[in-house]
Structures are given as C-alpha cells and as structure tokens.
Design a protein around this ligand. Structure first.
Ligand code: G3P
Length: 513
C-alpha cells in the first residue's frame, strides 16, 4: 500500500466521462467521501435526424481541465497531490471514437450511444439472419442486434469516412470506446499511449465473446471489423499504466468500467441478486447474477458487471437499458419550452397531484429494453382540455418509473426472483417526487444513498483496490447509509396505471417511415 501523510490519508481519483458532462472527483479511501470535484459540460451535436456526435478532443480537454481544476482546489486546501495514489476511469459506454495513431487526432466525431444512423443497416442485417431474429448473436455476445452498440457505429465509420479507411490501409487507425480514447491519451498518446479497454466496456461493443472475454472472430467477420484494430481487453481493476503528463504525472491508472457497471460497484452490489438503477440521460438497471451468465428471453441484455483483477472471475449482470429518462425532461425544457429549468420539475409536477391519466412514452429513438422496437416513436396520450403542463411533466417522470417496472417484470420472468428493494442513483434521484413515484409504481422500497457519487465511487474503488495499490479492501466495506422511499399506493392502483402505460407503449410502435 502506498504511504501517504496528508490529512485525508490516501486519495483516489475518478474520471467520470458521461454523455452530458466530464468530471473528476477525488475520494478519501478511508471514508469514501468526496474531497474535491469539478464538472464540465460536453456538447452533443445532431448533424442529422437521429444522429448524435461529440468531439473527442472536447471530451479529452474537459477531462484534463477537470483534473487541473481539482488539483488547484486540493492545493488551495494544502493537500499534497502526491496523496492521490491511483486514478480510475468510468465512461459513457458504446460511444465510438476513431483516431490517427501518428498524429493523435480524431478521424471523425465520436458516434454517441444514442445515435440511430445505423437503423437501416440493422434492418438489412436482420433480413439475412434466421427468422430475422434480433437475438441471433445473443448467445455469443449477450446483446440484441441494435444501433445502440459499438459494432455498427464502427462499421459505419469504416464504410463512410474515407479518412478512416485510409488510416486503416496505412495501419495507423485506432478505434475504441471513450475509455480507450482517454487512457491512450493520458498515458502518452502518440508518444507511447497504451491501447486498452476493460471487459465491461468491451461487453457493449457486440464484438466481445461474453464467455471467453476476448474479441470474437465470428462477430468481427459478421460486422466486417478488422480484429487488429481493436484494443486489448483487460480486467476492470489492475494497473494499466501511468499518467504521462500534467499535474498527476506518474499516478497509476488502475480502474476502468463502463459507467453503469461502475455504479453497480459504487452501490456495493457485490452479491448475486442485488440491483441498482441509475437515472441520467437514460436509465439503466443492472442486476448482479454472480459468475453465472443468464441469457434473457425477455428483452434484457447479458453484460459483464466487473472483473476485479487479472485473475478474478468475471461477475455478470442482466441489464435493462432505457434510452430516454432525464432526456425527456430536457426535451420538455429545450424543445417544447414548458420548463424553464430542471429545478422547477418537482414543484410543477407535484402541483397537479397526478398526471390526470396522461401517459408519455418518450420513444424518441425507438424503445430499448425490454421492447427493442427501433420503429417506436414518442407519444403523449390521454390529453383532455383539463391537461396542463404540470400533467405532462409529471407524465414524463412517471414514464421513467414505468420503464423501470417493465424491466423488473422482465427480470423476474428471466430469473424467477422478485427484488425486495431497488438501489438508485444518478442526477434525477435528487427529485423526491420521482423517488416516491418509483416506489409506488414498482411496489418495493427505493433506497437512495446519501452519498450521491456512486458512479465515480465505483471507478475509484476499482482503482484503489487494484493489485499494487490496495488502499481499499472491497471484502471489508460497509453499505452506504440511504434515504428510503416506501410504496404508498394500493396494488390495484399500481396495476391499473401500469396497464394504461402498456396501452400507450403499444401505440408508440410502428411509426418509423
Ligand atoms: O449505455 C449508455 C450509458 O453508459 C450512458 O450513461 O450516464 O452517460 O447517460 P449516461
């Protein structure tokens, strides 16, 4: 264990690069408390309908600026930067970056996980597989064929960007998810950066074999991806390399997980049967299935939850992915202008007492789990002349909760297990009305940790417990204190509202032209 003398003892940094912002947080290993943090928004661009891109250099600069800002904060508090013994990385998953190994420059904007540009490619692929089954590759990679995952984004970049094809021919093309881009740059970039990803991020590409945890030759052939382009797959917790430059020069990077898996870890869901739901741009419920891979027959994904060390057994999860959660509220604010700011949501939605039977299915880019309907589009139904903006805002909140119920129903069919409590985190969970509504609509207690930074904490824990760092002992960690929201409505009311939600969902199908 590294020796530190500072007032907090050993510190562990976490880079949390999400869809809408980049952050750097520093945790005290002994208390799990955040000592300092900084956040910078990331710009999403929408070049065409259904396309979502980000500038990889903006992401990288934001991460570096966050690190610098946090370092200044620590120094102003007379904390030695040398007390930071390791850094972990957690990131938006599936988002795909291509860059030039020689110049270090991106060859295109990053194609973001929400991007739907490959919808027609999916349709064409489905024509070629037995029974046009979305689940044709699921036994190998755990995932349904969907524009959501990286393989088709990468294939689009190879087929449509001449610079990418040229770089492949010249053997100077690097590809990866956001973790790979960041780690390569932070460990030296064109001057010797390492090209790796971890098992959790790799499990979202559709190119990794979910059993062997290696790139799968059949999947690479299926998606026409040259296998030698792909980074090396490593565990979620080991020393990958050290930061090459800047204020944290020499600090090991020793943890890496996709953000949803990181939140599972940060919520201490180490046991089979524990689950967490993170409410952000989208909403993602992960259910720890231990070392067993459960293949869902009800629309869920099999994914790697974490692998805590080179020799550790991988732990798997079933995941229910919801594309649009907080994004629906953002749409009401930015496109429909019935909200001035997110801080108004609770008072406007709370002011109406109910949705007045309005149902809002925010299927802006199709519906993910458990439906996987890429032809679904958003609808608001049940509007009367009594409907106000408060009802619609409340319906957007309820939509998040109903989608979680959809996923819990699928999970109980797949595993035969009923959750008895739901651990939650993410920006939206500050909204008490959302939390109470979630408990009411799923009929189990909702537990919200008092320390909200669970996603970043997971990456810090992976980094701090890696062999050679070991300032954290994950076998000896107490669960975090929580706020608890218990269900307050009757089962009849809960089921009645849920059956109307299902009617609204049916009506959202089949809209894509
Ligand atoms: O799969 C996409 C997910 O990782 C994005 O998470 O928190 O950036 O919305 P978030």
């Amino acid at each position: 264990m590294p020796v530190t003398t500072g007032k907090y003892g050993p510190l562990v940094g976490a880079i949390d690069e999400g869809t809408s912002s980049a952050r750097f947080l520093v945790f005290a290993a002994h208390t799990r408390e955040v000592v300092a943090s900084h956040q910078i928004e990331i710009t999403n661009t929408y070049p065409q309908e259904g396309w979502v891109e980000q500038d990889p250099n903006e992401i990288l600069t934001a991460v570096k600026d966050c690190i610098n800002k946090v370092s200044q904060i620590l120094q102003s508090e007379e904390v030695e930067l040398s007390d930071i013994v390791a850094v972990g990385i957690t990131n938006q998953r599936e988002t795909t970056v291509v860059w030039d190994a020689i110049t270090g420059e991106p060859l295109h904007n990053a194609v973001v996980w929400l991007d739907m540009r490959t919808t027609s490619t999916v349709d064409a692929i489905l024509e070629t597989v037995p029974s046009k089954s979305l689940n044709y590759l699921k036994p190998v990679c755990g995932l349904p064929i969907s524009p959501y995952f990286s393989a088709l984004k990468l294939r689009w970049l190879i087929e449509n960007v001449p610079k990418v094809r040229q770089a492949i021919d010249d053997k100077r093309c690097c590809v990866g998810t956001v973790d790979t881009w960041l780690i390569w740059n932070l460990t030296g970039g064109k001057d010797g950066g390492i090209r790796i990803t971890d098992v959790t991020n790799a499990s979202r590409t559709m190119l990794m074999n979910i059993e062997t945890l290696q790139w799968d030759p059949m999947l690479c052939r299926f998606f026409k991806i040259p296998m030698d382009l792909l980074p090396e797959i490593r565990s979620s917790s080991e020393i990958y390399g050290s930061i090459a430059n800047g204020v944290l020069k020499g600090v090991p990077i020793s943890g890496c997980l996709g953000d949803q898996q990181s939140a599972l870890l940060g919520q201490m869901c180490f046991e089979r049967g524990q689950a967490k739901s993170t409410y952000g741009t989208g909403c993602f419920l992960l259910y720890n299935t231990g070392t067993a891979r459960i293949e869902s027959t009800h629309g869920l994904i099999t994914t790697v939850a974490y692998q805590m060390g080179k020799k550790a057994a991988p732990v798997y999860a079933l995941e229910g992915s919801v594309a649009v959660a907080g994004a629906a509220l953002g749409w009401l604010r930015d496109n429909i202008n019935i909200l001035q700011s997110m801080s108004e949501i609770e008072s406007l939605a709370g002011g109406v007492g109910s949705t007045g039977d309005v149902y809002f299915v925010p299927a802006f880019s199709g519906l993910y789990a458990p439906y996987w309907q890429q032809d679904a589009r958003g609808i608001i139904s049940g509007i009367t002349d009594e409907t106000t903006k408060g009802h619609i805002i409340r319906a957007a909140l309820e939509a998040v909760c109903f989608q979680i119920r959809d996923i819990l129903e699928a999970m109980s069919k797949d595993c035969g297990l009923q959750l008895t409590r739901l651990q939650v985190d993410g920006g939206m969970t500050a909204n008490n009305l959302l939390m109470q509504t979630q408990a009411d609509l799923v009929g189990i207690s909702v537990m919200r940790p008092l320390m909200a930074e669970t996603t970043a904490l997971g990456a810090a824990m992976a980094a701090g417990s890696a062999e050679g760092i070991e300032v954290w002992d994950l076998n000896n960690i107490q669960p975090a204190p929580c706020d608890i929201f218990n269900p307050l409505v009757t089962e009849d009311e809960r089921d009645d509202r849920y059956s109307k939600w299902k009617m609204a969902v049916e009506r959202s199908f089949g809209w894509e032209t």
